[in-house]
Design a binder for this molecule. Structure first.
Ligand code: SAM
Length: 280
């Protein structure tokens, strides 16, 4: 059987695989495919979210650039991320507490059962992890807490995830970040979603003095380089030296398969067509 991702009206990604689980949750159509090439794959509303084979690239690149740019992050908020990959990566840092706000607990339940390697026990790291089942956009409006780093691991701006891309969402994140806080989010493919990247970069730039873009090629996210945005209230990533990032990386003895201090800096070097789109 073939699975075809239908994220775009005129471009499809086909992967040979067998549908092994499907559930219509109150929020989305949730499917798990078993594929010979990419292992088990989580699909939400027809869009590939994560695969056992290449998830590490995305989860490391959405987590470590921001967490290593912040000196000794202690309080971290993760929005979305129901498969547990971001949680796994955040817990490699000496954080005191990480709050995960996921709207659909079916994603957590299903990911634990079918994709255990992605969370790798992160959901059970009690003491340091608090799972909150809620709409992330509502949570950040109500919380009184302040965070060092906020990571938004959302799907594409469709359905319940649309609110995670609004100007109000960025404003609310800005207000729950500490004075020197940093946020990170995925901002789509630099070819198939360049408009989304530009739009999110522009909105982030309205609030955050420092905004950087990191790129990585993720095989199951079609469209060439995939992009990540990092918005910082006070720390200019450009002022942090390679030696400082290497020092923090080594001090944590960070085990990664994609991210490293070279990639930390190299991933911010942008092709002309991306730079141009960002008015740089
Ligand atoms: N981590 C995956 C990857 O590698 O790309 C994809 C992201 S993760 C599966 C996206 C999660 O965001 C889903 O579990 C979805 O239920 C959740 N989500 C969508 N809208 C949300 C909202 N408004 N608040 C909180 N979580 C939301």
């Amino acid at each position: 059987m073939w699975f075809y991702e239908n994220l775009y009206p005129d471009v499809k990604l086909g992967i040979k695989g067998e549908l092994i689980h499907r559930k219509k949750t109150p929020y989305q159509d949730l499917r798990i495919y078993k594929t010979p090439r990419y292992g088990k794959t989580l699909v939400l509303d027809g869009a590939i979210q994560t695969t056992e084979k290449d998830e590490f690239i995305y989860h490391e690149m959405l987590t470590h650039p921001s967490l290593l740019s912040y000196p000794e992050p202690k309080e971290v908020l993760v929005i979305g991320a129901g498969d547990g990959g971001i949680l796994r990566e955040v817990l490699k840092h000496n954080v005191k507490k990480v709050y995960l706000v996921e709207i659909d607990d079916e994603v957590i339940r299903t990911s634990k059962k079918y994709l255990p390697s992605i969370s790798s026990g992160a959901f059970a790291a009690n003491g340091r992890v608090e799972i909150i089942i809620a709409d992330g956009a509502k949570f950040i409006r109500q919380t009184k807490k302040k965070f060092d780093v906020v990571i938004v691991d959302s799907p594409d701006p469709i359905g319940v995830a649309k609110v995670l891309f609004s100007r109000k969402f960025y404003r609310d994140i800005f207000s729950i970040l500490k004075d020197d806080g940093i946020m990170a989010r995925q901002s789509g493919s630099t070819t198939l979603q360049l408009k989304e990247l530009k739009e999110n970069w522009r909105i982030m730039k309205e609030k955050f003095p420092y905004v950087s873009v990191h790129l990585a090629a993720i095989p199951t996210y079609i469209g060439g380089f995939f992009s990540f945005l990092v918005g910082s209230k006070k720390i200019n990533q450009k002022d942090i030296s390679y030696d400082e990032i290497m020092n923090r990386f080594k001090q944590l003895n960070l085990e990664t398969k994609y991210y490293n201090p070279d990639i930390h800096f190299a991933s911010t070097k942008l092709p002309t067509y991306v730079k141009g789109g960002l008015g740089e």
